[in-house]
Design a protein. Structure first.
Length: 115
């Protein structure tokens, strides 16, 4: 199993970024996918979840209305569209999948929101 995130960077408050995560090593379309983040000095937290077919999504209260999770099963890719970014969104963002009892993580992509 391999998860490779990309799309992070430095953005000003109010700005927009789209993160991507390309998955391999499992049947992508069979599994829900997750985005987590870990702010500096804090624990990792769940940001968003999407069902295997993409018909169901859930978000942390802190990002509702600003972030959108989506997926393209034909490309084995899950996205996180982030708008109206705030300094509190600064974190390393991780893609995640649970296969049975095992959870797999990507290497993470840094998002820094600063003027």
């Amino acid at each position: 199993v391999q998860l490779v995130e990309s799309g992070g960077g430095l953005v000003q408050p109010g700005g927009t970024l789209r993160l991507s995560c390309v998955a391999s090593g499992f049947t992508f379309s069979d599994y829900g996918m997750y985005w987590y983040r870990q702010p500096p000095g804090k624990e990792r937290e769940l940001v968003a979840r999407i069902s295997s077919a993409g018909g169901s999504t859930n978000y942390a209260d802190s990002v509702k209305g600003r972030f959108t999770i989506s997926r393209e099963n034909a490309k084995n890719t899950v996205y996180l569209q982030m708008t109206s970014l705030k300094s509190a969104d600064t974190a390393v963002y991780y893609c995640n999948v649970a296969l049975g009892r095992s959870r797999y993580w990507g290497q993470g992509t840094q998002v820094t929101v600063s003027s």
